[in-house]
Design a protein around this ligand. Structure first.
Ligand code: ADP
Ligand code: ADP
Length: 228
């Protein structure tokens, strides 16, 4: 469902972030992206959610050629991909409810479905009763749960998570991993960049290691493979 063929990404300043990446990620896969800082992990994910386009090569997501997408098709592809960041990226002046419902408004979902669906995902991520809170009134783990609810509300087939546990303590991180596993169990493909050795080595999944813009390792139920 996600396929890259000889993908290169060179930024405007000449940095080669990806150098000839070819990979196939099947529907319902759970993939850890590992590798040193600056290796190209974020770029890999940005290409999938079309924050960036490849300099050379092809990427297809659910059959759409992402690099050559007609502008009017971009919303279709984006609503099929939920994105989660290390720093949560919530809107600080909006409540939990508003932060999450906003993602449905953006895609112009029917209003009559919004309240029910928003309350449903709030419950699914374990935040029942917190819908009126502001992000600043929540712990880091709770804020990440809001971000996850926002990512899944439109039922995307792919979830891209850039170090989702990077700002969380170990116990809270495990709660977030349980949630991502549940989302994967319900059918979403998960691609997660991480520096978390304990999680990768205990909750075994496919591991793709990127170094210097190329894939150096791709293993089913792999190990983290770095000292930290
Ligand atoms: P990005 O993916 O946003 O370009 P980096 O991959 O450089 O950023 O790092 C993302 C975050 O992960 C940073 O906040 C950094 O502190 C943390 N980090 C980087 N390397 C490691 C590591 N080896 N172990 C744990 N955390 C790391
Ligand atoms: P990672 O997520 O593994 O830390 P990134 O994909 O963020 O790696 O970065 C890969 C390389 O591309 C790094 O050398 C980084 O400095 C560079 N890079 C990332 N974004 C940009 C940008 N917008 N412009 C120029 N260079 C960039």
């Amino acid at each position: 469902m996600i396929e890259m063929q000889d993908v290169w990404k060179t930024y405007a300043d000449g940095t080669h972030a990806l150098r000839g990446v070819s990979v196939q990620i099947d529907r319902n896969d759970f993939v850890y992206l590992v590798g040193p800082s600056g290796a190209g992990k974020s770029t890999f994910m940005k290409l999938i959610y079309r924050e960036e386009i490849p300099t050379k090569g092809q990427i297809s997501v659910n059959g759409f050629n992402i690099g050559k997408l007609k502008p009017r098709k971009i919303p279709y592809v984006r609503r099929n991909i939920g994105v989660i960041f290390q720093d949560f990226r919530l809107l600080p002046k909006m409540s939990v409810y508003e932060n999450i419902a906003f993602a449905m408004e953006v895609i112009e979902a029917p209003r009559r479905h919004m309240r029910k669906r928003t309350m449903e995902v709030i419950e699914m991520v374990g935040l029942k009763g917190k819908h009126n809170s502001l992000p600043s009134q929540l712990s880091g783990g709770e804020q990440q749960r809001v971000a996850i609810a926002r990512a899944i509300i439109n039922n995307p087939s792919v979830i891209v998570a850039d170090e989702p546990t990077g700002n969380l303590d170990p116990e809270t991180s495990w709660g977030i991993m349980n949630l991502l596993e549940e989302i994967n169990f319900r059918g979403a493909t998960i691609i997660m960049a991480t520096h978390n050795r304990e999680i990768v080595n205990s909750l075994r999944k496919r591991v793709i290691a990127i170094e210097n813009g190329t894939i150096v390792r791709d293993e089913v139920r792999g190990e983290y493979g770095y000292e930290n």
